[in-house]
Design a protein around this ligand. Structure first.
Ligand SMILES: Cc1ncc(COP(=O)(O)O)c(C=O)c1O
Length: 494
């Protein structure tokens, strides 16, 4: 990307207007009669200040003219958002201070009216259930494909989206997650073309892809593919502070004023300016140095991947080529390490890494470890990680388990909209064994694979009931269960 950039664009992108205003203000030691109560950090606990230093609290201000308002920006926040939009090549970008979670909710509310249908993969982040409930849409679920050789759940494919659109031509929009937690990117360009030809809106959860835009060796970003709305966790892989995300708008099918109003409705009126300034700086850093920074991260990740595959007999990382052969692409900066041959679960190895090696992973499940690399990752960290895995490989030898990653068929009937059931008091708990034929009034999600097995408003089939009974008899975590053991399920009673 960097080769084509004009000098004037580089000069503009070298600026960080929000950070500049906040840092200049911090130097002036302004007497504060505004929130927050710590007054430029004066009353912040000494123990905390000993760790953080004093200066950072001068960035923790409230809304006034000089620093601008997130809800109605006219000054430095407006300029910083404009630079963000320019960096990503979209019409508008909105800063978020409650992560991609709030962006996902906003996308549903912005694209759909109550009663509309939207095509969405069942393997989406939990915030999309919030978006579905808040907006009152009918979800049309795509059942994700599972690869039992790789123990991996995929995002929606072009064919799956096309089938769903053919079957439900009334759908207003398609919601896609890309990349997945494991870095798998779907054929977004083809999906966007198809949807736009049919007048459908494309919403993309690109929580894990804010960096894709800035390095030519990474898969194509949703903003390049032409998504109408796309939300990115700038804090996940780039260098923004946690909670710092961005919602990109690039649509002729959605009214931008509606998007702005919804985002404003969902966000705090006291945004943390340190998060906002970090978005401004993360954009500048990625635009100016993302190419070279991510070249180094890619090299370190690929080194780790190949070392594990060539030297650690009981572990395996899938490669970009393997994923491409399956019709997807891979952001190679994410290292998914399959550990099923060690005889230990991913959870167990994650705990060993934390306790014995001082290494904390982002995620593990029965089958895999997921090591997430970001703009701050360096090769020596990967070397330490890989050497810890090598030791674990030598020290632990268990029996290989017969775990299989599978889910029942989820093509069940949606009888009521999730919102209607969620807001209703007409629910009761019944024994799991008696649940067949009832309408679910709760979400139950076994981990792995982290795919909701029942959703409020959906008819419970015998296959789903048997699966839940089987899960509850094993050591499988089921998110959403309200009692210690899963023996009952909440259903709708009319
Ligand atoms: C695919 C996906 N979408 C959305 C989110 C939520 O993002 P955030 O933590 O920025 O709210 C996550 C978080 O892990 C995620 O993995």
């Amino acid at each position: 990307m960097m080769e084509k950039i004009s000098k004037s664009l580089l000069t503009r992108q070298s600026k960080a207007p929000l950070f500049d205003v906040l840092s200049a203000r911090a130097k002036r030691n302004v007497i504060s009669f505004h929130c927050p109560g710590h007054k430029n950090g004066r009353s912040v606990d000494r123990e905390l200040k000993d760790y953080t230093g004093e200066e950072v609290y001068k960035f923790d201000v409230t809304v006034f003219d000089e620093v601008d308002s997130l809800h109605d920006p006219v000054g430095p926040i407006k300029k910083a958002q404009k630079l963000m939009a320019q960096a990503y090549g979209v019409k508008h970008s909105l800063f978020l201070v409650n992560g991609t979670s709030v962006g996902n909710m906003a996308m549903f509310l912005a694209a759909c009216d109550s009663g509309d249908s939207i095509i969405v993969s069942r393997s989406s982040h939990k915030s999309i259930m919030a978006g579905i409930i808040m907006s009152g849409v009918w979800p049309i679920w795509i059942q994700p494909k599972i690869d039992q050789n790789l123990d991996l759940v995929f995002n929606s494919t072009y064919e799956q989206v096309k089938d769903a659109l053919d079957k439900y031509p009334e759908s207003k929009a398609v919601f896609v997650t890309s990349p997945t937690y494991n870095g798998v990117v779907t054929e977004l360009g083809k999906i966007v073309d198809l949807c736009h030809r049919r007048g459908k809106i494309v919403l993309v959860d690109e929580a894990h892809g804010a960096h894709l835009m800035f390095n030519k060796n990474l898969p194509e970003s949703a903003v390049v593919a032409g998504a109408d709305l796309c939300v990115q966790s700038t804090h996940k892989i780039l260098s923004a502070m946690s909670q710092g995300s961005v919602l990109h708008f690039n649509s002729s099918l959605i009214d931008f004023n509606r998007v702005k109003k919804i985002v404003s409705m969902l966000q705090t009126t006291s945004p943390n300016y340190l998060i906002l300034a970090s978005l401004d700086l993360a954009r500048r850093q990625a635009f100016l140095r993302g190419g070279e920074n991510f070249d180094a991260v890619i090299e370190a990740a690929e080194w780790g991947r190949s070392y594990i595959n060539n030297n650690i007999s009981s572990m395996k990382c899938f490669t970009r080529r393997e994923i491409q052969e399956l019709g997807f692409d891979l952001d190679v900066t994410k290292l998914t390490v399959n550990v099923t041959k060690t005889g230990l679960s991913g959870y167990e190895i994650e705990a060993i890494l934390a306790k014995e090696y001082n290494i904390q992973l982002d995620y593990a499940d029965l089958f895999n470890l997921v090591a997430i690399m970001g703009e701050g990752s360096i090769k020596s960290d990967v070397e330490t990680f890989v050497s810890a895995l090598e030791n674990i490989n030598k020290e632990y030898h268990g029996e290989q388990k017969n775990w299989v990653l599978k889910i029942p068929s989820l093509g069940t009937e949606m009888v009521l909209r999730p919102r209607e059931v969620f807001l209703s008091n007409n629910t009761k708990k019944i024994g799991l064994k008696k649940a067949v034929g009832h309408i679910a009034a709760q979400t139950l999600t076994p981990y792995p694979p982290g795919i909701p097995i029942i959703i409020p408003g959906e008819r419970i089939t015998k296959e789903i009931c048997d699966y839940l009974i089987d899960m509850s008899s094993k050591d499988i975590r089921i998110s959403g269960q309200e009692t210690e053991m899963l023996r009952t399920v909440k259903v709708f009673t009319n």
